[in-house]
Design a protein around this ligand. Structure first.
Ligand SMILES: Cc1ncc(COP(=O)(O)O)c(C=O)c1O
Length: 399
């Protein structure tokens, strides 16, 4: 490839396009550095990142405590599998369980959100001896075979054809539609308690409560996919057990994204009852629970705690909601904590996203053309909210 007169950005684009599969529509940005809610590009421009690299950078980019922990661990032992014990893994499991709602007592570590969901469904099938799984319209659970078959958002499920059998779809928010499917073949009901990609959709709190009751009555397990909502995103460690979700505690919680601040790691958390069905070799993964990832988990949880990020997420949610009052095209702000969907009066989210990018602010779209998603680091500051709201007002005034 001739790269003579090209900028570093142009060279990077050309090389990625030539040597990588074109599976993502990318922003015209080559990220080289990040601090807090900001990333810097190869051209030295700074972008305010209200998307957090797909909801991953909850502690902010390169939180010093996380970086230091990863550096230190890298110098000691990068990896050894679950065939040996590890103090750093023991600490991560204990800490994660201690952050979880009462009744959640065990962790299984893996590497991504989709893998966490695959293992959660397997746990449910093993635990109940049943095969079917109910998931919901608008839900997204990942792209591996079983998880994509459980995904009824848009066209994703079709991409996974032939789909894994045993998946049923209920209407999100409708307990009657779950009850109609919930027979003795159903192992579990799985949901994103707030459907992020569908446009930050949340059900009435009675829905979560009634779902728990129905699962108890009919011998089904309840799985919360908290890949996006977990680890402080909603201003609580988990949506599970929180007031927003009628204090409902599911049987299994799945996690990934924010859990390692960018080091790939996923987890299933579960109860003593579910754990009691599991024997040696029932679940497994080479990389799950590796030392580098576990160091990142410990440091992530510590950073969130030490810096008061849960409280900050709640405070800034209020501040954002307040600041957006009176912006004429914003019909509603959906979501919780720093998982927010700005619902516009028209289908302009993609356009707003694009123009904001020109103002060096990164936001997210969703499958709802009216909804712009914000998934910023939980260390976001008021001045950064002000910057966003000012830019949004400017953008909306000319659209
Ligand atoms: C709610 C939810 N579940 C599962 C996944 C899949 O996670 P991963 O991409 O880490 O496999 C995602 C990814 O966006 C998600 O948002």
């Amino acid at each position: 490839m001739k790269t003579g007169k090209m900028t570093i950005f142009e060279q990077t684009v050309a090389r990625e396009n030539e040597f990588q599969l074109a599976t993502y529509k990318k922003m015209p940005v080559a990220a080289v550095r990040g601090r807090g809610a900001w990333i810097e590009t190869s051209g030295g421009e700074r972008y305010l990142d209200l998307y957090g690299g797909h909801a991953v950078a909850a502690t902010g980019h390169c939180h010093p405590h996380v970086v230091e922990a990863i550096r230190a661990q890298a110098g000691e032992l990068l990896f050894y599998s679950n065939l040996v014990y590890s103090e750093v893994r023991a600490r991560a499991a204990e800490k994660l369980v201690s952050c979880a709602p009462v009744g959640i007592t065990k962790a299984f570590f893996c590497n991504s959100g989709t893998e966490a969901n695959e293992n959660a469904m397997r746990l449910a099938r093993m635990g109940t001896g049943r095969e079917n799984i109910i998931t919901f319209t608008g839900g997204f659970h990942g792209r591996t075979a079983d998880a994509i078959s459980a995904t009824f958002l848009g066209k994703y499920r079709e991409l996974g054809r032939p789909n894994v059998p045993g998946h049923m779809c209920a209407e999100f928010g409708s307990i009657a539609s779950v009850a109609a499917l919930a027979d003795e073949t159903v192992a579990a009901v799985m949901l994103e308690p707030i459907q992020s990609m569908a446009g930050v959709r949340q059900a009435q709190s009675e829905f979560y409560y009634m779902l728990r009751e129905l699962c108890n009555e009919r011998g089904m397990l309840l799985i919360y996919d908290e890949v996006q909502t977990g680890i402080g995103r909603t201003g609580e460690w988990f949506f599970a057990g929180s007031d927003r979700g009628a204090c409902v505690v599911p049987d299994i919680i799945t996690l990934a994204k924010a859990l390692g601040s960018g080091v790939p790691v996923g987890a299933c958390l579960t109860t003593e009852a579910v754990a009691s069905y599991i024997k040696e070799n029932d679940l497994g993964t080479t990389f799950g629970g590796g030392m580098l990832a576990m160091a990142a988990v410990n440091a992530t949880l510590e950073a969130i705690e030490r810096d008061g990020m849960l409280e900050n997420a709640r405070t800034l949610e209020e501040y954002l909601r307040e600041s957006l009052k009176g912006v004429p095209q914003v019909a509603r702000v959906r979501g919780a904590g720093l998982l927010l969907g700005l619902e516009f009066t028209d289908e302009i989210a993609a356009q707003v996203h694009q123009v904001l990018l020109g103002e060096r602010i990164i936001t997210g779209t969703s499958s709802d053309a009216r909804v712009l998603r914000l998934l910023p680091p939980l260390c976001l500051q008021r001045a950064e909210v002000d910057l966003f709201v000012d830019a949004l007002r400017r953008v909306l005034s000319v659209l």
